[in-house]
Write a protein that binds this ligand. Sequence first.
Ligand code: AHR
Length: 512
Amino acid sequence: MKKQILIALAFCCSISLCAQNNIQLFADKGKDIINRNIYGHFAEHLGHCIYGGFYVGENNQLIPNKDGVRLDVINALKKLKVPVLRWPGGCFADTYHWKDGIGPKDQRPSMLNVWWGNVKEDNSFGTNEFLNMCELLGAEPYLSGNVGSGTPQELSDWVKYTDHPNGSSPMTDLRQKNGRANPWHVKYWGIGNEAWGCGGNMQPEYYANVYRQYATFMTNGGGEKIFKIASGASDADYHWTEVLMRDIPHNMLDAVALHHYSVINWGKKGPATNFTEEDYFTTMQRALQMEELVEKHSAIMDKYDPKKKVALVVDEWGGWYDVEPGTNGAFLYQQNTMRDAMIAGTTLNIFNNHCDRVRMANLAQIINVLQAVILTHDEKMILTPTYHVMEMYNVHQDATMIPLSVSSNDYKMGKEKLKAISASASIDKNGLTHISLVNIDYSKPQKLTIDISGKKYSSVSGRILTSDKIQNYNSFEHPDNIKPAAFTGAMLQGNDLTLTIPPFSVVVLELK
Ligand code: AHR
């Protein structure tokens, strides 16, 4: 009889209804800080990211602005606590000559934006506008220098213009002449972008030498030491990382970048909203690949830098689909659904869990381009599901990461499978513990138990982002279709938590 009961139990637990997901949380074992810059963003002169997105011009009477920068957008981004903003590209950066974008606007030359639709770039939004906007936003600027078609002199001059003390060079005189007395003290500098592709089609051995040359002339202005980021690998190009770590002296290298997009197929990306479950599954396969990429690039970095002095900076990531019908193909404008919330939630969990090496990441791109957190249309503005995930997760910024182990049910598609549950956790400066959880399953709710050791808790509260269809999104007509709600479904008994996460949902719990 006993044997029969055991067999029945084993059978029951093997079917999905009885299956259990479990997380072990080691609350007293945290040592690494989740650098707030993991929650960084990226703004390129591409489509309507800058023009129409951030900047509508000083003379705009319709849209409230400060020096031409939209205040609705700034206020929304302040709630995200944007820590760092990368600019002006992307591919655009290696065609950009910063001196064209300073001084009186009517005297600034125009250029063609050759990467993004051959549209006219009138340079009305340049260095002063960007750096002043970062001050308004409370975000650190991250400038991407032109290596592909620029010179070491040009980049060295940019550093002087932004960072060096008054009266120390013709560049600082120029800054003063343009109405800015004190340096902005830009800390983060990218030396080229995608040097293996649009940034010059270089080989890693060649780029490593070019990097050394450019970095030599990027001198500190007396403020905080500047942080130099090498143009990194695409996806699984591990050779690129190996060569940079081997050939660039580490006293001139603060970080190596990595770019990875969740794209189904570069030749056939599929629609942003009207996608199938198969499309969704493939997108999530690509997104979850980030874990393997981070681990393998980090392992190479560990070989050359076991003390983890050099950071891995994932300065472009996110979903990439076909543009919305009727929009300019070069403007990369796409809607943002619960699928994007799944990419954001799982990717940020990966970064949090690898915060010993990943110390900055920049979602591509902040407004109106690719996996944007904000979409604008003339005077209208909406927040996307990705925005809401980033807002819910900002509790992790600068908190101590709590190590955890996840045992998850599978989300299956034919013979392929993915882990349904993704998680990360941290303790903030006030002693609050936050656990962020994602169930990527397309149709099944997931029951989950969380066993916590090393800390006692007496209460739990939470928020959830969910919807009844994964293809759902916020539109200009229905801007609040998807937004976070209170989550009261977590039960705390002793130090064990139990909850059920609906399909394709993100939950963030707070424990006291
Ligand atoms: O984010 C769009 C483009 O993707 C960037 O300009 C480039 O760096 C990458 O290939």
